[in-house]
Design a protein around this ligand. Structure first.
Ligand code: AMP
Length: 219
């Protein structure tokens, strides 16, 4: 099954996506992780994406579509994939539909994580991530910056450049201007759209997600 996770930055879709990927036994693809790795390695993609990324702007659709085309055609994704952070614009939604048609595949689920902006600013500004394994940890105090990652002993906890206050504000503005219309696009095009409340404990949200994905029964 190919699943698109939609929602504002900080809504928890990365962490929940890991759980869904494990339950469905398919890989999770995060374009944000691909871009961070490319910036770190200084590849042509990283060089082109860096200034957009640092400001909290979206990188151009053409770069994202190259990543998606290449990844979805790879054998590792033959059974499906969880797409975390794609799609973020209407042209990406159209592009993904085209790529899937070309591969004779279809979308199984578009899952929207609903949460208010006020909840997100606090989450993002207290988030640190492991520089090695990219795992996010929320609600941390600044003293924990540079501490060892609980999951990957070789990694240290750092703040993402786009989790600085100005970039957070910009990412939310960008989300409302460019990504929120994707929801309307899926509605208008009969996308397999389901919406869940992303407020609550991680396990609460996981339960809602599993029910939406048909992997658990409704309470
Ligand atoms: P994320 O890790 O998903 O929060 O993404 C971090 C940053 O990577 C975004 O603010 C964008 O600069 C870039 N990015 C990731 N995915 C996309 C996408 N689908 N379209 C455009 N930019 C993206």
């Amino acid at each position: 099954m190919i699943v698109v996770l939609l929602g504002p930055p900080g809504c928890g879709k990365g962490t929940q996506g890991e759980r869904l990927a494990a339950a469905l036994k398919v890989p999770k693809i995060s374009t944000g992780d691909v871009i961070r790795a490319a910036i770190k390695a200084g590849t042509p993609l990283g060089i082109k994406a860096k200034s957009y990324y640092d400001r909290g702007d979206l990188v151009p659709d053409a770069l994202i579509m190259d990543i998606i085309r290449e990844t979805l055609a790879a054998p590792a994704q033959a059974r499906g994939a969880i797409l975390d952070g794609v799609v973020r614009t209407v042209p990406q939604a159209e592009g993904l539909a085209e790529v899937l048609t070309g591969l004779d595949r279809s979308l199984g689920l578009v899952l929207m994580f609903r949460i208010a902006d006020e909840q997100l600013v606090g989450r993002l500004s207290s988030r640190v991530v492991c520089e090695a394994c990219q795992s996010p940890f929320s609600g941390r105090n600044p003293g924990e910056l540079h501490a060892e990652c609980p999951k990957e002993p070789k990694g240290h906890l750092v703040r993402r450049k786009d989790d600085e206050p100005d970039a957070i504000r910009n990412r939310l503005t960008v989300y409302h201007a460019q990504t929120a219309p994707v929801l309307a696009w899926y509605r208008a095009n009969n996308g397999p759209l389901k919406e869940i409340d992303a407020l609550g404990t991680m396990d609460d949200v996981t339960g809602r997600m599993m029910r939406a994905a048909g992997l658990a029964r409704s309470a």
